[in-house]
Write a protein that binds this ligand. Structure first.
Ligand SMILES: C[S@@+](CC[C@H](N)C(=O)[O-])C[C@H]1O[C@@H](n2cnc3c(N)ncnc32)[C@H](O)[C@@H]1O
Length: 234
């Protein structure tokens, strides 16, 4: 059930980078294809989630869909949701081109996707949770926990910052320079926006949020420049 509208955070409202336009989505897809190896990422996530051919899984904030499409080759069904209609159109077009019929796309987010409790064998989310402020991350993670079957796994990858950063301006400038070198100026400007205007949280807060939502955190890995990956079990 959705909460009373008075207390419902509007997750369609864009904090930071606006992924609701076609130009922004095409730019995102182009630089992600340049900077990421989606085949290797999907293989790693498949192994971490212990994906089986009969599994039904959920990808929240699927973006242009590369991970969801990669995982659809190895499980029974993928539900892929995103708040951006343009992101979903891009992902759905790829699914059709690749002849993948076992993916259901839906325009919804962490706070609005509607499924019965214990629907999914596994849930994943990459680089999307930081669009929510911390209180709403807590609500989002509790919802994810409810959607998983007992023993189900949750892989969360997101922008997370270290608590021990004596000079944050220098630290942020280093991140942006590394991103510019790997992906160019546009993605560097978007990273500045993420750091300034979105809601990447601190490492100890993220661990606490996952645990308070009821998860056991099996592993937590930090990869440069500021991406943390948590494997959790319900
Ligand atoms: C940086 S992109 C990541 C996309 C994809 N997961 C990937 O790894 O490439 C962030 C995505 O999160 C989506 N998003 C923003 N707020 C969201 C929310 N509250 N719930 C679900 N998705 C959200 C955006 O529309 C966008 O597609």
């Amino acid at each position: 059930m959705l909460p009373d509208p008075r207390w419902r955070y509007d997750e369609q409202r864009h904090s930071g980078v606006d992924f609701s336009t076609l130009a922004e989505v095409e730019a995102y897809d182009a630089y992600m294809r340049k900077m990421r190896d989606s085949g290797a990422e999907s293989a790693k996530i498949k192994a971490a989630l212990g994906l089986q051919p009969d599994h039904v899984i959920l990808d929240i904030g699927c973006g242009t869909g590369e991970t969801a499409l990669g995982l659809a080759l190895h499980c029974a069904r993928v539900h892929a949701v995103d708040v951006s209609g343009e992101m979903l159109s891009c992902a759905a077009a790829k699914a059709q081109q690749r002849g993948l019929a076992n993916i259901a796309f839906g325009q919804a987010g962490f706070l609005t996707c509607q499924y019965p409790a214990a629907t999914f064998d596994a849930v994943l989310s990459q680089l999307a949770l930081h669009h929510l402020p911390d209180f709403w991350k807590h609500i989002a993670l509790r919802r994810v926990h409810r959607l998983l079957k007992p023993g189900g796994r949750f892989l969360l990858q997101d922008a997370v910052l270290p608590s021990e950063t004596p000079d944050f301006e220098r630290y942020f400038a280093g991140i942006v320079a590394a991103i510019a070198a790997a992906g160019g100026e546009k993605v560097a400007r978007d990273t500045e926006t993420t750091l300034r205007d979105e809601h990447p949280t601190l490492d100890w807060i993220m661990l606490g949020l996952l645990e308070k939502a009821g998860f056991t955190v099996v592993s937590a890995e930090a990869a440069p420049p500021f991406i943390h990956t948590y494997l959790c079990v319900k």
